[in-house]
Write a protein that binds this ligand. Structure first.
Ligand code: URA
Length: 245
């Protein structure tokens, strides 16, 4: 929406709070097209008007990219009648219309969900043609054999006959329970659970730890959500992978 109130313009860009806009307008520190703003409610058009703060132009960035550490029991949808959705975990200051999860995790899967209102960027991450890797940690109910790894790495055939692209599999030897790291470059429905199902293994815990070259922030608690910085966003489209240490 290009037309909005001046205070909303600044708060949506995380530059000033509404309260700050009020005092800055009073002090004459905010200009619209080089004329001091008349009030925080003044309506501006982000496509036509030039907004300045203290004489410095403030460009409008319409898109927002958020990193969410999804807990179990939350669905990767924008609305649901029974369960909390990933949008319910977005703090009010980041909430924008048009925000949606770029890629789904199952209700019982935890970890990295990217939320954005940038449809083109979401398409780039999700399109199998772009090969953006998604990295998962998988806890299994039994040991993964070298033969099982070979089949996953070659591209396993699912029970319905569909063929998976080759996955990268790294065993975590130091763990007491069978744990492995998997990298996929596509996203079929329940893919990891179905891949291990073919090998007669159950997935007892699943976490997405990385999208492209961007790791889930370890400091983000389950249910936590924060902005993805510009330099982090560039890492997302990185298609090269290394096992997470
Ligand atoms: N594979 C699954 O089976 N579930 C997920 O949530 C993600 C990948």
């Amino acid at each position: 929406m290009p037309v909005m109130r001046l205070d909303r313009f600044f708060s949506s860009q995380d530059i000033l709070t509404r309260k700050e806009v009020k005092s800055f307008v009073k002090l004459g520190m905010i200009q619209v097209n080089r004329i001091p703003a008349s009030s925080p409610e003044q309506r501006i058009d982000t496509e036509k008007d030039q907004i300045s703060l203290n004489g410095n132009e403030v460009p409008y960035e319409p898109y927002l990219y958020l990193m969410l550490n999804k807990p179990q029991g939350v669905v990767s949808a924008t609305e649901d009648t029974r369960n909390p959705t990933v949008l319910d975990l977005v703090p009010p200051e980041y909430f924008r219309s048009g925000l949606f999860p770029a890629g789904r995790l199952d209700k019982d899967t935890v970890g990295f969900v990217l939320l954005t209102n940038d449809g083109d960027f979401a398409h780039e991450i999700l399109s199998p043609k772009k090969h953006v890797p998604k990295t998962y940690l998988v806890r299994l109910d039994g040991p993964l054999t070298p033969e099982g790894i070979r089949r996953l790495e070659q591209g396993i055939e699912l029970a319905d006959g569909s063929l998976c692209q080759p996955a990268e599999v790294f065993l975590r030897e130091d763990e007491t329970e069978p744990l492995c790291e998997m990298v996929l470059r596509e996203g079929k429905y329940h893919q990891i659970k179905r891949m291990f199902g073919v090998l007669d293994l159950g997935v007892i815990w699943l976490k997405r730890t990385k999208i492209g070259g961007l790791c889930l922030d370890e400091k983000l608690p389950e249910g936590g959500c924060r902005k993805i910085l510009h330099k982090e966003k560039e890492k997302i489209l990185c298609t090269y992978t290394m096992p997470v240490e």
